[in-house]
Design a protein around this ligand. Structure first.
Ligand code: NAD
Length: 376
């Protein structure tokens, strides 16, 4: 019988786990024995008892889990000391940040560990059920709005009362991928007036369908990659974008930026000049802060207040802001991936490398780097 192990995450900012009690049951139904490190679900409100009630065996330390495991599921990329404990032949599934982790990828290959990078799962309809980037970005978009609502000095909806009328808060969302769309939907639900912008023209319709206004900027040639990701703008296009964004920022109470470029540093969109034109007390939340930042001066895990009183928040691990649900979604993504490739007769993971999903996300296998993008 194959054994799956979910260790306790070691990064101090990580609140999520790679397994939930409900997926323990489902994995066992597939014929997999499940091991969970003690405390793995502590930060996401799943106790050892919850996991063992679902059928998992609780192991006291990571080493004994790795020693027994054929499959490892975890959220963050492994630190070198953790990787050293993973056996050759193990299938290791996690976020890996492969574009920036050359040494890690080389080590995974050298140590003959088969590795799947969650970031590389194709953005196709069939793969949606295992798309961890989407499930987590969706929650981050929601959390950005609730966080801003909590820190603002005004409320979101319009209120007409005998004591006076309160105007709705104005939100401006830059970058309308999965997180941006959820941020728009959440802010609208809470009664805010929302504007949004993205460099991919196809997004305009989606913004309008959520009842928000699309800010039009003529940047000339734009578009998206065949995976639907944004293309990088030229410095001239970015400058033009900045000028137009400044106007929308100046009228906003909250600006949420989510603009990312897959595998590359995020574009710097709002500089000091733009910030200087904003109203004191307005809030900016930079969801791209961990990949370089969309806002000048934003700091990971910190709030920076400009001289003019504009507050820039750079949340760390916003995906895990609501860890119970984030863990639930992520654990489902892991389960769906394993189930999709599970050979029920052989009771083993089937490395079908002709498959579009697997060839998209399998990075190393059998001692070599197998993914086309990372071979060279
Ligand atoms: P992302 O996190 O890579 O980027 C967020 C958004 O920022 C994107 O919409 C991007 O266009 C935008 N952006 C980049 N540079 C910008 C700039 N200078 N100014 C303004 N906006 C900028 O995106 P994501 O949420 O991971 O989504 C990527 C794509 O994948 C989208 O097309 C999305 O619809 C698609 N997708 C498809 C599926 C599916 O079909 N299964 C699932 C999820 C996402």
């Amino acid at each position: 019988m194959k054994r799956l192990f979910a260790p306790t995450e070691t990064h101090p900012a990580e609140t999520r786990a790679a397994i939930a009690p409900v997926t323990v049951k489902k994995l066992i139904d597939l014929g997999i024995e499940v091991l969970v490190q003690t405390g793995a679900g502590k930060k996401s409100d799943y106790s050892d008892q919850d996991y063992s009630d679902a059928g998992a065996t609780i192991v006291a330390d990571a080493k004994s889990g790795y020693d027994q495991a054929d499959i490892v599921t975890r959220v963050r990329k492994p630190e070198p000391v953790e990787l050293a404990q993973v056996k050759a032949g193990t299938l290791h599934i996690s976020f890996l940040d492969p574009f920036n982790e050359k040494e890690l990828i080389n080590n995974l290959a050298k140590r003959e560990i088969a590795s799947i990078s969650l970031e590389m799962i194709p953005r196709s309809t069939l793969a949606q059920k295992m798309d961890a980037l989407s499930s987590q970005a969706n929650l981050a978009g929601y959390a950005a709005v609730t966080m801003s609502a909590d820190r603002m000095t005004k409320i979101l909806p319009m209120m007409m009362t005998p004591s006076g009328t309160i105007s709705p808060a104005r939100y401006f969302i830059i970058g309308v991928g999965v997180a941006g769309l959820q941020a728009i939907a959440t802010a609208k639900r809470l009664g805010a007036r929302v504007e949004a912008f993205d460099t991919r023209p196809v997004v305009e319709e989606q913004v309008k369908s959520l009842g928000a206004k699309f800010v039009k900027v003529d940047l000339g040639e734009m578009g998206q990659t065949d995976q639907g990701y944004a293309k990088e703008l030229t410095p001239e296009q970015l400058e033009k974008q900045r000028l137009e964004m400044a106007k929308a920022c100046a009228r906003a109470d909250v600006v949420i930026t989510t603009a990312k470029l897959f595998g590359r540093k995020a574009p710097l969109i709002l500089n000091q000049e733009v910030l200087d034109q904003m109203q004191p007390g307005s809030i900016l939340i930079d969801l791209a802060v961990e990949s370089g930042g969309n806002i000048e001066g934003s700091k990971v895990g910190d709030e920076v207040v400009t001289e003019k009183g504009v507050r820039i928040i750079g949340p760390e691990n916003l995906e895990g802001y609501y860890p119970k649900d984030a863990t639930l979604m992520l654990a489902s993504n892991f389960y769906n991936l394993i189930e999709h490739f599970w050979d029920t007769e052989a009771k083993d993971f089937k490395y079908d490398i002709e498959d579009e999903i697997l060839s998209g996300c399998l990075i190393t296998k059998g001692g070599t780097i197998v993914h086309e993008k990372f071979k060279s």
